[in-house]
Design a protein around this ligand. Structure first.
Ligand code: ZN
Length: 400
């Protein structure tokens, strides 16, 4: 029989162990039934994710500064509206290729991969296709044919307003423009669709979050992150201001973190010695979560990255995650010295994608039809990871 002192000691030990386990992010102490985030992650569906990517590819490569890009922005906005996402707004800015180019990542050693990583093993070809004749589909070639003009640009965002802290938010982003005379299905239809699917789930009327979440579909990523830079330039100073005073409304809640999604589907492994890449998703495929070790907010950024890793372990159904320190060439770069910023990708951007691990990258072959369900499912697992992490961080619950 337990003495009461022993009983108290046992209870204390149990609580201490439970807290340790939680702090390490190894498992969720709540049962599956009691975890509202698990229920929300369960609302993501492979077929819906695929349908959203397919919808984006109807606008071809969505190159910035074209009618097809503007039509895609309108379509994304209509979808967000149909999900019930609130406060739909646009950032307006102007772009010309003559403008000064701003950094896509930190300065690194000359022989390093972009972002600071070190190349390993075999490398395949990379580059941007600018030759229309390499698109064999005449209809798609025609759709992609209008050239980009300098001038006004727009990008759309919407917001889930927090019920307790409407003045603080996480930003969940993907870039909706593409290049290369294909359909930009993976780069970045896969990231754009992920952000849109999260907007759909979080905007459901029975979902409540304590903190706000903004869903942003950046434009002009492919020309040097111009759309994300425009957002930071125009809106950083507005953070946390109530407008009008006393209204409880915050047009730009204080930024708690920025999470970018770009190229989510194709992890077929390292190129072979002849530069070719396997046609099959490798069984070891993973979601790569990157922070930037040279950013001013590195401490917060890596903490955010580990929270995403833990969410992947709790919620992603098929593929694990890996964390790395070399985030680069992505719309989280303009944010990374101001706020903890990370990116999610199919592979590490610097040493893997930069070494030819994705042969569709900026090529006419980046088509919806190029990918199979093993590929689409990697993107879905990234969506499960971000939904799980942001669900926890924003304090998501279901209204019964
Ligand atoms: Zn991209």
């Amino acid at each position: 029989m337990f003495s009461s002192a022993a009983r108290i000691a046992t209870v204390f030990l149990f609580v201490a162990v439970a807290q340790l386990t939680w702090a390490a992010g190894e498992s969720d102490p709540k049962s599956a039934d009691a975890d509202p985030v698990k229920a929300l992650v369960g609302r993501l569906e492979l077929e819906k994710y695929k349908a959203t990517i397919k919808g984006l590819t109807k606008f071809g490569d969505r190159r910035q500064g074209t009618d097809r890009n503007r039509a895609a922005v309108d379509w994304i906005e209509a979808q967000l509206k149909s999900y019930g996402c609130s406060g739909i707004s646009r950032v307006k800015y102007s772009y010309s290729p003559e403008g000064a180019r701003r950094p896509s990542g930190p300065p690194v050693a000359r022989d390093a991969a972009q972002g600071g990583a070190r190349f390993r093993g075999a490398r395949g070809p990379t580059g941007v296709n600018d030759n229309s004749a390499l698109q064999p589909d005449a209809k798609l070639r025609q759709l992609d044919s209008q050239s980009s003009q300098p001038g006004e640009r727009e990008e759309v965002y919407c917001t889930k307003v927090g019920s307790v802290h409407p003045d603080e938010m996480y930003i969940v982003g993907g870039h909706m423009d593409g290049i290369g005379w294909g359909e930009a299905a993976n780069d970045d239809g896969s990231g754009t669709a992920l952000v849109m699917e999260l907007a759909r789930v979080f905007s459901s009327p029975d979902v409540k979050t304590e903190r706000s979440i903004r869903f942003a579909l950046w434009n002009n990523e492919e020309t040097g992150l111009n759309g994300a830079y425009a957002y930071v330039d125009q809106r950083a100073a507005l953070q946390g201001k109530e407008e009008p005073a006393g209204s409880g409304r915050y047009p730009e809640p204080k930024w708690l973190g920025m999470i970018q999604h770009d190229m989510m589907m194709f992890d077929h492994g390292m190129p072979r010695s002849d530069g070719s890449v396997s046609k099959q998703q490798r069984p070891e495929a993973d979601v790569n979560i990157e922070f930037q070790s040279l950013s001013k907010q590195v401490e917060g950024a890596q903490k955010l990255a580990w929270a995403f890793m833990a969410a992947n372990e709790s919620y992603a159904t098929d593929y694990p995650a890996a964390v790395g320190p070399h985030m680069t060439n992505t719309d989280s770069t303009p944010f990374m010295d101001l706020v903890p910023a990370i990116s999610l990708r199919e592979n590490e951007r610097g040493r893997e994608i930069g070494a030819g691990w994705d042969p569709q990258w900026h090529q006419p072959t980046d088509l919806y039809a190029t990918y199979n369900d093993d590929d689409f499912r990697l993107g879905l697992n990234a969506a499960q990871t971000t939904l799980g992490a942001i669900g926890r961080l924003s304090g998501a619950s279901l209204i019964r």
